[in-house]
Write a protein that binds this ligand. Sequence first.
Ligand SMILES: *[C@@H]1O[C@H](CO)[C@@H](O)[C@H](O)[C@H]1NC(C)=O
Ligand SMILES: *[C@@H]1O[C@H](CO)[C@@H](O)[C@H](O)[C@H]1NC(C)=O
Ligand SMILES: *[C@@H]1O[C@H](CO)[C@@H](O)[C@H](O)[C@H]1NC(C)=O
Ligand SMILES: *[C@@H]1O[C@H](CO)[C@@H](O)[C@H](O)[C@H]1NC(C)=O
Ligand SMILES: *[C@@H]1O[C@H](CO)[C@@H](O)[C@H](O)[C@H]1NC(C)=O
Ligand SMILES: *[C@@H]1O[C@H](CO)[C@@H](O)[C@H](O)[C@H]1NC(C)=O
Ligand SMILES: *[C@@H]1O[C@H](CO)[C@@H](O)[C@H](O)[C@H]1NC(C)=O
Ligand SMILES: *[C@@H]1O[C@H](CO)[C@@H](O)[C@H](O)[C@H]1NC(C)=O
Ligand SMILES: *[C@@H]1O[C@H](CO)[C@@H](O)[C@H](O)[C@H]1NC(C)=O
Length: 450
Amino acid sequence: MIRSVPQFISFATFLVFVLSCTTSFIATEAYDPLDPNGNITIKWDILSWTPDGYVAAVTLFNFQKYRHIQAPGWSLGWTWAKKEVIWNMVGGQATEQGDCSRFKTTLPHCCKKTPTVVDLLPGTPYNQQYTNCCKGGVLSSWVQDPENAVGSFQISVGQAGTTNKTVRLPKNFTLNTPGPGYTCARAKVVKPTKFISSDKRRVTQAMMTWNVTCTYSQILAQKTPTCCVSLSSFYNDTIVPCPKCSCGCQRNATHPGSCVEPDSPYLASVVSASNKNSYTPLVRCTAHMCPIRVHWHVKVNYKQYWRVKVTVTNFNYRMNYSDWNMVVQHPNFDNLTQIFSYNYKSITPYATINDTGMLWGIKFYNDILMQAGPLGNVQSELLFQKDEATFTFDKGWAFPRRLYFNGDNCVMPPPDAYPWLPNSGFRQYVSLLTLIMTCLSTIAVMYAYA
Ligand SMILES: *[C@@H]1O[C@H](CO)[C@@H](O)[C@H](O)[C@H]1NC(C)=O
Ligand SMILES: *[C@@H]1O[C@H](CO)[C@@H](O)[C@H](O)[C@H]1NC(C)=O
Ligand SMILES: *[C@@H]1O[C@H](CO)[C@@H](O)[C@H](O)[C@H]1NC(C)=O
Ligand SMILES: *[C@@H]1O[C@H](CO)[C@@H](O)[C@H](O)[C@H]1NC(C)=O
Ligand SMILES: *[C@@H]1O[C@H](CO)[C@@H](O)[C@H](O)[C@H]1NC(C)=O
Ligand SMILES: *[C@@H]1O[C@H](CO)[C@@H](O)[C@H](O)[C@H]1NC(C)=O
Ligand SMILES: *[C@@H]1O[C@H](CO)[C@@H](O)[C@H](O)[C@H]1NC(C)=O
Ligand SMILES: *[C@@H]1O[C@H](CO)[C@@H](O)[C@H](O)[C@H]1NC(C)=O
Ligand SMILES: *[C@@H]1O[C@H](CO)[C@@H](O)[C@H](O)[C@H]1NC(C)=O
């Protein structure tokens, strides 16, 4: 009786903190603490006025540090303010022409009130190309490959304003990839862009420029997570698996197709029959049901260093992840000494804290994470230098705090399930404390930089 009272209190405290953590994370989900300013900016530069409208260069800049847009690429939509039409496009195309019956002689490229524009495919003839176009809508992330994080096309608009006083900005921009996830703000007129000639001896400028900023939210993008994290260490035999139902639960035989067994005769037919437009994952049956699992194994302890092996496994039979990337937050990233077979770049969302790194594959070696199966994994090892003041294997310190795959937050095992050192007492208490500290510091950081 006497013992159970403090236990009850600590349990209640625990609940309160878990709840407050959870709500604070939900409330701020649209805001990405590791890339607070991440956005895609769409810039319209009016290059010249025409008798009935204008010619504009439209450029998409993916300013997100680690979230890229993979095949089948972006599609950009908007609503015209008046009766504008698209006469012509270079380096992109409207998906539908719409009703152009009111035109008699020359037909416009698109007459829809709400056009949707997509990029052209690689291999487009030179005379239809435009700077930065024709990548099939794929945009790299800013850290991984800033040169390929930009896409653009040219558009000739008719039945529009012909001066900067009469032109009306398009409204209601949408950006799909191809699913939802991005919310675009209203177009805003900004200072006209200045273009510097290639020999840097002459500067020209746009007639008028407007910007649209689109930001990503994982909640909008999909209801369920897409990856999870499992943990193990040399000092404890336990392998902590991904939490059950991280990305969904196995529905049984009444719902065939929710997942497939690797040895099922059904597999080959499902995979080959999968229609090409379906980007919903077809996953191998596991307890976590995630398309992606990241395994973090604390492998070796040296005197001054320690080593981690990171394995990413693809459980999705329908997807080769090209140009995949991963973002890991761990306090020892300020002293990463060596990394094998991945590219690495430190990203510092808050100038003073250097605990986050981005990892991605090496071109032509492991930049593609193959579909589920024997080839469906990539591996790497990280070597960290110990800082004697903070380093410990205790309390799960050696495991990552947060991990993203392709920009989506991965589900971590609960802190009290982490492998622990043999004979470490007070574990319950310690993990509770860690949880509270993590929660408090996260909240503090969020408020400090909000
Ligand atoms: C978009 O990202 C760029 C580059 O990081 C940044 O300069 C700009 O302020 C961001 N815009 C918004 C509205 O957050
Ligand atoms: C329109 O152009 C005039 C000069 O041609 C300039 O003074 C004015 O600032 C421009 N207005 C806008 C909204 O860009
Ligand atoms: C904006 O676009 C969305 C989706 O395309 C549509 O549902 C909504 O009605 C549009 N709003 C306006 C004001 O056009
Ligand atoms: C508009 O977008 C361009 C390209 O991203 C950027 O250089 C410029 O600073 C933006 N202007 C404003 C006012 O946000
Ligand atoms: C599968 O579904 C049936 C009927 O809905 C149910 O009786 C059975 O217990 C389920 N099996 C499992 C393993 O969930
Ligand atoms: C993944 O790539 C391999 C080899 O290029 C190819 O055989 C396979 O069909 C691809 N899978 C998917 C789902 O695109
Ligand atoms: C962060 O740590 C990495 C790895 O040690 C180092 O390369 C990078 O320069 C550091 N960045 C800052 C801003 O301290
Ligand atoms: C890296 O570790 C060394 C050795 O412990 C330490 O002196 C140094 O301050 C650490 N560097 C950073 C950026 O923490
Ligand atoms: C390893 O860690 C688990 C918790 O994940 C714990 O239950 C187990 O007792 C630990 N093993 C040893 C030998 O301490």
